[in-house]
Design a protein around this ligand. Structure first.
Ligand code: AMP
Ligand code: MG
Length: 382
């Protein structure tokens, strides 16, 4: 079934964007003409946008790169400083492993919620409300209440990194015992009071499947409302594109990484393909993002709630949809499904496209995504 990305198929949006850019140009032109004493030829004046770029470490275990088009570097610096401050704040709020003075974060919640209603920061409440709404739609794949199982895997990877000779993978019975304490229904939210309580004292929440995308979306919404709406945020495997670049291109080029051991795409580098898009998110889940190899077996970070071991249906899956939190949730969900099930699932969703890399290296994508893929002839200009 041929379906289209909202961002490419919505000519109104594209026209509206052009119109806004044109309006901006006209307003500036008018302003310049009003101070005509300084100008000899008003008709020749035009707005010059420049691309700027910045990068920072320290949040969400990844480097975050932001590019944007602005008339002045000072505009870019101001908008991206605010973005960075938001990422720092959200990183602390969603951190499951560290406490921060004065912040009722996920770590504090996991420590205290078994004893009764525990206050949480508004952003954490908002994320948990979102998850309560969306998780049940993921066909039993994503479960943020699986933290006690995910922590065993996390500790195993950490121990291996510290001392690879004396580590063995978690035993099935230990995992099964932990999995008895993973019912999201036991997480009770009270949005009015701003508190969360766990009815199961051994339950642990892990929001790693959605937190980065959720954070990127909040930052993107702020930037879209700023005076620099033309931007792109790259947070590891999590890309959020704002309005189109202001250099004549219609789309940003977003490269998809080739999983190790898979033949690279036509571009010849370690890039599998490039997607040309604007006003949307591109989020990838893959077995190469966080893993260790022990006795020839790869143990990565996305755990099947059925087997309680790393899922092996796919090498990677990329989701394209406007909302970055949704894209992040779906990328993890799709990684936990066989390709056929995932394709049927995505085809039932509105405004979602996807691209899969199977264990044998085969690359498949939804029909609607081909219009945006360099491998199918797409460019940044059409
Ligand atoms: P992502 O890279 O977005 O697919 O998210 C992977 C992260 O989600 C892992 O590092 C874990 O923190 C978490 N995770 C792994 N398996 C699951 C699962 N079945 N349900 C919910 N979260 C998971
Ligand atoms: Mg995810």
């Amino acid at each position: 079934m041929a379906r289209h990305l909202r961002t490419r198929a919505d000519p109104w949006k594209e026209n509206a964007r052009k119109e806004i850019t044109m309006k901006k140009t006209l307003i500036l032109l008018l302003a310049l003409c009003l101070s005509a004493t300084m100008l000899t030829a008003c008709g020749a004046a035009a707005v010059e946008y420049q691309q700027f770029s910045t990068a920072f470490f320290g949040t969400f275990d990844t480097i975050i790169i932001i590019k944007g088009y602005a008339e002045e570097k000072s505009t870019f610096d101001r908008v991206t400083q605010e973005a960075q401050d938001m990422f720092i704040r959200l990183h602390k709020v969603f951190d499951a492993y560290n406490a921060y003075e004065g912040i009722n974060n996920l770590y504090a919640l996991n420590e205290n919620a078994k004893n009764g209603p525990t206050p949480v920061e508004p952003e954490l409440m908002d994320l948990l409300l979102y998850i309560k709404e969306e998780q049940p739609k993921t066909q039993g794949t994503v479960n943020v209440a699986l933290g006690s199982v995910l922590r065993i895997w996390h500790d195993f990877r950490e121990e291996y990194t510290a001392n690879p000779l004396h580590v063995s993978p978690p035993a099935a019975d230990v995992l099964a015992e932990a999995a008895k304490h993973a019912d999201l229904g036991d997480v009770v939210l009270d949005p009015e009071a701003g508190t969360v309580a766990f009815l199961d004292s051994e339950l642990i929440l892990d929001v790693g499947a959605v937190a980065k995308g959720y954070a990127a979306e909040r930052v993107a919404q702020r930037m879209l409302a700023s005076d620099m709406p033309s931007f792109i945020i790259n947070a590891g495997g999590n890309v959020r594109a704002g309005e189109a670049p202001l250099d004549g291109r219609l789309y940003w080029g977003i490269s998809i990484q080739t999983p190790d051991g898979v033949a690279p795409g036509e571009e010849g580098s370690d890039m599998l393909d490039t997607l040309f898009l604007a006003g949307t998110s591109v989020v990838t889940s893959g077995d190469y993002q966080r893993y260790i190899t022990l006795d020839g077996v790869r143990y990565h970070h996305i755990i099947s709630p059925e087997t309680l071991y790393p899922a092996d249906y796919l090498r990677a899956v990329t989701v394209v949809t406007e909302d970055s939190a949704y894209a992040d949730m779906l990328s993890t969900a799709l990684f936990l499904m066989p390709y056929e099930q995932g394709l049927a699932y995505v085809e039932g969703l509105e405004g979602v496209e996807a691209m899969w890399v199977l264990p044998d290296g085969a690359v498949l994508m939804t029909d609607g995504l081909t219009a945006s893929a360099r491998s199918h002839g797409a460019t940044a200009l059409e």
